[in-house]
Every structure is written in structure tokens, then in C-alpha cells.
Design a protein around this ligand. Structure first.
Ligand SMILES: NC(=O)c1ccc[n+]([C@@H]2O[C@H](COP(=O)([O-])OP(=O)(O)OC[C@H]3O[C@@H](n4cnc5c(N)ncnc54)[C@H](OP(=O)(O)O)[C@@H]3O)[C@@H](O)[C@H]2O)c1
Length: 238
């Protein structure tokens, strides 16, 4: 039986993906800060889920939590990082920026590194992270969010190169959604928001196919191609 950990499984994409993994026969370790939501998910199929509550910004304890969860599961084949925060910050207050980089940069790095080392040691494994199309360019309304997603995209590329050089079958998948209809994607300017189950199904398929990069839903690949090439003067006026 395959074993997975989904970090950030209390809601949205992570929750939906955890449900799909269980339907596909995985045993899944689910994490997040909201224990009640994790217990609610576990109640759907108690034997298929292992719950672990922790905050990815609590850097001194992440390794301990993931070690314990891996032991409870009896191994890990797949780890998905879906934890993330995205805050509009029009006044450019420091606190939302700090919350964003503590979660999406520091917490992300700590979890990704744990997974890489774990898979390196066992000789195989698959690390998946939900980054974003936002990581392709800067955004004045949420500068830290876009910058943190650019960091994640670049970091994953680095880990992929590292795995390749070490000739280790450690697969790194970068999932770049456009808008997905979750708590995070609320507010003005949202378009083409995919239902979360549809997005999670496409993410699962990309995992099965061991894709290096996948846009979710597929039509966001078109937007990404244009967005990446948008002239700077035009981006500045948006
Ligand atoms: N929705 C979109 O349109 C969209 C688009 C592109 C990329 N994404 C990315 O997709 C990922 C999932 O987001 P979502 O849309 O599914 O939003 P969501 O429903 O708000 O899910 C975010 C998840 O991250 C967890 N999380 C947040 N801060 C955490 C922390 N400090 N420690 C541990 N867990 C934490 C949350 O759990 P707790 O609150 O229980 O801790 C929750 O499970 C994010 O990385 C986001 O940037 C989303």
C-alpha cells in the first residue's frame, strides 16, 4: 500500500487531493493547524488517514513532526506541500509579508528539505509542491505572495537538478494552478476559477504521470505562456 503525506490538508486543494489519494488506495498523513478539520477528514475513513497537527512556521519542530508521521505511516512514497498563505497587502504592511514568507518560504523549505533527504536516504520518492502561476511575475497587490511562489518554483528546479546529479530516482513535481475555488481565492479579479475537485483530479493525474511542471487547470498553461512574455511596461500598468 502506498503512503503519502499532504502538508496543508485541512481545506482546499490539499484536502481534496488527500481524499483522492485515499480513493486511489493510499494511506495518507494529513497535516495543518486546524485539528478539528483534520479529524473531520479522518472520520470519512479512519484507517486511511493519520492526523498530525503542526504549523509550518514552527521551524524547530517540523522535522520531529514529519519523522513521527512517517513512522506512523510505515514509510512515505509521496509528499505534497499544499500549505500556503496568500494575502492582499495594498498598504504594504510588514506583518502580512512576514506571514507569507514564513509560511511559503521558510516553512516550505523546511518541509521540502525534509522530504528530499528522506527520499534520498530511502533511494526513491516523489515530492510535489503546489506553487502558482503567480510565481511567474511580480504583483503590486501581493508582492510577497508572488515573490514567495517564484522562490518555490526556483527551489524545486534546484532540487530536481540535485536529484538528477545524484542519479537518485527522486521525482520533483511543480504544480502551478491559476485560480482554484478555495478560501484563498476570494475577492475581486478572480476569473476561470476551477472547482477544487476538478483541480485536484488534474493534480493527481500530473502526479501519476510524474510531470516536472503542470498548469492547473490545463488552460492556465495558455495564460502562463502569455503572462511570462508580457512586456514589463504592460505588466506595470496592470
Ligand atoms: N486557490 C487558488 O486559486 C490557488 C492558486 C494558485 C496556487 N494556490 C496554492 O495552493 C496551495 C493551497 O491553497 P488553497 O487554495 O487550497 O487554500 P486553502 O484552502 O486556504 O488551503 C491552505 C492550506 O494551507 C494550510 N496552511 C496555511 N498556513 C499554514 C501554516 N502556517 N502551517 C501549516 N499549514 C498551513 C492550511 O491549513 P491550516 O489553516 O489548518 O493550517 C490549509 O490546509 C497554496 O500554496 C496556494 O498558494 C492556490
Amino acid at each position: 500500500m502506498k503512503k503519502a503525506i499532504v502538508v496543508g490538508a485541512t481545506s482546499g486543494i490539499g484536502k481534496s487531493l488527500a481524499e483522492i489519494l485515499v480513493q486511489q488506495g493510499y494511506v495518507v498523513g494529513i497535516t495543518g493547524r486546524r485539528t478539528a478539520l483534520l479529524q473531520e477528514l479522518k472520520a470519512q475513513k479512519p484507517a486511511a488517514f493519520q492526523v498530525r497537527t503542526f504549523d509550518v512556521t514552527d521551524l524547530n519542530h517540523i522535522t520531529q513532526h514529519l519523522d513521527a508521521l512517517a513512522q506512523e505511516l510505515g514509510g512515505v512514497d509521496l509528499l505534497v506541500i499544499s500549505s500556503g498563505t496568500g494575502l492582499l497587502n495594498l498598504r504594504l504592511d510588514f506583518e502580512p509579508e512576514q506571514q507569507t514568507f514564513e509560511t511559503n518560504v521558510s516553512g516550505f523549505t523546511c518541509v521540502a528539505d525534509w522530504a528530499f533527504r528522506y527520499f534520498e536516504k530511502q533511494g526513491f520518492g516523489h515530492l510535489v509542491a503546489i506553487t502558482s502561476i503567480a510565481g511567474l511575475r511580480g504583483n503590486g497587490a501581493a508582492p510577497a505572495y508572488n515573490a514567495s511562489k517564484a522562490y518555490q518554483i526556483n527551489y524545486l528546479e534546484g532540487l530536481r537538478q540535485k536529484a538528477r546529479k545524484q542519479k537518485k530516482p527522486v521525482i520533483i513535481t511543480d504544480i502551478r494552478p491559476g485560480y482554484v475555488d478555495t478560501d484563498m481565492a476570494k475577492g475581486p479579479g478572480i476569473f476561470w476559477a476551477a472547482p477544487v475537485e476538478k483541480a485536484a483530479r488534474q493534480i493527481f493525474k500530473a502526479i501519476q504521470q510524474e510531470r516536472k511542471v503542470a498548469y492547473i487547470t490545463k488552460r492556465w498553461a495558455l495564460i502562463a505562456a502569455v503572462y511570462k512574455r508580457l512586456p514589463r511596461w504592460l505588466l506595470e500598468q496592470m
